[in-house]
Design a protein around this ligand. Structure first.
Ligand SMILES: Cc1cc2nc3c(=O)[nH]c(=O)nc-3n(C[C@H](O)[C@H](O)[C@H](O)COP(=O)(O)O)c2cc1C
Length: 206
């Protein structure tokens, strides 16, 4: 696929067809992740790949708890902005968007404790996000779709413990990979044009 086509086609998917994904495709996606820029040159990232339904159900039980307790009624019969519409659509799907696709990738980076005092202190996490973004774009390039969940607070440790990850490793996110359902609703987005976001030479008040 041409680069701009990948950029323009990228979106987050949350519903899947039953079609399988070839493991060779997953390996190409992981290879794209490994090509990401890195803060320390080592590229010491690891990837847990979940494929069976049992593995995914076990790993993401906490996401099920969150999706199940989400009160959809809270958003009914009121005017929502686009961000609220997205939230109301995405929240009930936080578990199914992971367990119903063929593969979930859990990228891991070495870090015992996050330190957000300065942006540079977050370089291990930031590099892991570069890995994640490379993989998301590679997924689109393969003609597939991805779902993305960031573990909510303690969900991070719960999932990594279930996956047997040793202490000293963290994940930025869980990435589901599959064939998006053709009829999936595509929600309207805010304008992504850079017009109105550019400040030539320094910050300018509008
Ligand atoms: C840092 C980050 C965290 C996100 N967390 C979640 C998440 O936990 N669950 C989810 O369904 N989508 C999540 N998303 C996806 C956003 O909802 C999505 O990117 C946004 O609504 C724009 O839609 P698009 O990706 O289809 O362009 C996340 C995206 C980013 C960049």
């Amino acid at each position: 696929m041409e680069f701009n086509e990948v950029i323009n086609k990228r979106r987050t998917s949350r519903e899947w067809s039953d079609q399988e994904v070839d493991f060779e495709t997953i390996k190409r996606i992981l290879a794209a992740g490994m090509k990401a820029p890195t803060w320390d040159h080592y590229r010491n990232w690891q990837f847990i790949v979940l494929h069976t339904k049992e593995e995914k159900e076990k790993a993401f039980a906490y996401a099920k708890y969150i999706a199940d307790k989400f009160d959809t009624g809270r958003y009914e019969n009121r005017k929502l902005n686009l961000a609220q519409e997205m939230y109301a659509y995405a929240m009930p799907r936080q578990y199914t968007m992971l367990v119903n696709c063929p593969y979930v990738i859990v990228p891991l980076f070495k870090c015992s404790r996050l330190n957000g005092e300065w942006v540079s202190k977050l370089n291990p996490l930031t590099s892991a996000w570069c890995v994640a973004e490379n993989m998301m774009l590679a997924v689109i390039n393969e003609g597939l779709g991805y779902s993305l969940r960031i573990p909510l607070n303690k969900e991070h440790d719960i999932v990594l413990e279930k996956l047997g990850v040793p202490k000293g490793w963290m994940t930025p996110c869980f990435i589901g990979v599959g064939h998006p359902k053709e009829e999936e609703r595509i929600l309207e987005q805010y304008d992504s044009s850079p017009e109105g976001h550019i400040h030539m030479g320094g910050w300018r008040r509008k």
